[in-house]
Write a protein that binds this ligand. Structure first.
Ligand code: URA
Length: 448
């Protein structure tokens, strides 16, 4: 792709003066920056102007397109079927991809899934997959296609060839305080998703203490922008707004979450995890044209858990990608972390809050996550919650068990977990887990 040439300073000024840039102007900026022809200081000024003045839908789509075409766009036209993926904006204990990918694939919809690693308080699907001994997420394009053609599913890591402009821009946003911009986030997410070779996309946009977007209003804006971009690219895109005020499910930490996912695939998953999983999976099955409605998709999703076809798909894909299936079939074989410590409440009453951000940061301290991109994660570290918001607890009763190999972190981690919960005399109102659906027709109240 070659763009006409422009004067970079004039384009920065244009954005600074709140005027929209044309598609060609945005292509020029992104392409020239990726090729090293625009220096970081000019791109930083452009990013800050965009952060402060926003980008309209056309600009956000042009930005996405430029980043998408800075690398390869996988062609899966030889893979039969409507290819559908899911993306979550990230949270604490969010292991849904591990459960819904085999469910949807077992219902006949191809799922090409390229995932990322965890950073800060949020976990990442790749780290979870790699906690399975031997599991490999690194592969070339031929192998990616071979696996999806064989299993209707592939679980891969992002390569250097996917949206390289996003990698450069994200690093620059990180050091110029321009990460938290809805159009910049949306362009970044969608350029990577559109490169996978998908036909349709389901988005789980989270809001609350453990999410990137702290309020539902911000999450709604992000969802609308993501859906708008997806539809502009001709991909059916449906988003749901889901609650991340407390960790999702009971397990947080890489292997611990894989283990919980196995329980889910056997039909023994926590209620919150299964409710969102079946909704997202059902929507994927519908968009993948294997059901005439989301409701029928949800039925198929539930059946695939009941008849164990989803679990069998999970075993097959783990084996195909080099993972040890003996621990998938019998998770008790997996050697746990060296230290396991119970965390008890110092008050009695009802749990009214479980600060997911604070708990996510505890998981980083005990080894389950990373502060910097280069840090290693401990696959065995994490915690299990025995109580959630709304449940009664006695003083001295255990509400969590910490798993770590770093003995020196235990004291602070226990204090951090106790600080992260609020216990009150009065029971709280039940949390609304899924609040809205966002599609090309707008934002709709969701009633489960
Ligand atoms: N996730 C991404 O992939 N990009 C962003 O900009 C933010 C979150």
């Amino acid at each position: 792709m070659s763009s006409p040439s422009f004067n970079t300073v004039s384009l920065i000024r244009k954005k600074r003066e709140k005027n929209p840039l044309t598609e060609d102007e945005i292509h020029y900026l992104i392409q020239s920056y990726t090729e090293g022809d625009i220096p970081d200081y000019q791109m930083s000024a452009f990013l800050m102007a965009s952060f402060l003045n926003g980008l309209n839908t056309e600009e956000a789509a042009a930005l996405t397109d430029s980043m998408l075409h800075s690398g390869i766009v996988v062609d899966l036209s030889e893979t039969p079927g409507t290819k559908v993926d899911k993306h979550s904006t990230g949270g604490v204990g969010d292991k849904l991809s591990l459960i819904l990918a085999p469910i949807v694939a077992s219902c006949g919809v191809p799922v090409p899934m390229i995932s990322g690693r965890g950073l800060g308080h949020t976990g990442g699907t790749l780290d979870k997959l790699e906690s399975i001994p031997g599991f490999s997420v690194d592969m070339d394009l031929d192998r990616y296609k071979e696996i999806i053609n064989k299993h209707n599913l592939v679980l891969a890591g992002q390569t250097e060839e996917i949206a390289p402009a996003d990698k450069l821009l994200y690093a620059l946003r990180d050091v110029t305080a321009t990460v938290e911009s809805i159009p910049l986030i949306a362009g970044s997410i969608m350029s990577k998703k559109l490169a996978e070779g998908i036909d349709a996309l389901v988005l789980d946009v989270k809001f609350g203490s453990g999410a990137f977007m702290k309020t539902r209003e911000e999450a709604t804006e992000l969802a609308k922008t993501l859906v708008g971009i997806g539809e502009q690219f001709g991909k059916r895109t449906i988003a749901y707004l889901t609650n991340m005020e407390q960790p999702l499910g009971n397990a947080v930490g890489n292997w611990l979450e894989v283990k919980e996912s196995i329980d889910c695939l056997h039909g023994n998953g926590p209620k919150d995890v299964m409710e969102i999983t079946h909704l997202l999976a059902g929507t994927m099955i519908y968009l993948g044209k294997k059901a005439d409605s989301v409701e029928e998709g949800i039925e198929k999703s539930k059946n695939s858990v009941e008849d164990e076809s989803a679990f069998q798909k999970w075993v097959d894909i783990v084996e195909e990608q080099g993972g040890d299936i003996s621990v998938i079939k019998d998770p008790e074989k997996y050697e746990p972390a060296e230290f396991q410590e119970e965390v008890t409440s110092d008050k009695e009453g009802f749990i009214t809050e479980m600060d997911a951000f604070a708990m996510g940061m505890v998981s980083v301290e005990i080894g389950a996550g990373r502060r910097e991109k280069e840090d290693n994660v401990d696959p065995k570290a994490g915690f299990i919650l025995h109580k959630k918001i709304g449940e009664r607890i006695e003083a001295g009763e255990t509400f969590a068990t910490i798993y770590t190999n770093k003995e020196e972190t235990i004291h602070a981690a226990k204090a951090g977990m106790v600080d992260a919960i609020s216990v009150e005399k009065k029971a709280p109102k039940p949390l609304n887990l899924i609040t809205h659906r966002v599609d090309k027709n707008g934002v709709h109240d969701f009633r489960a």
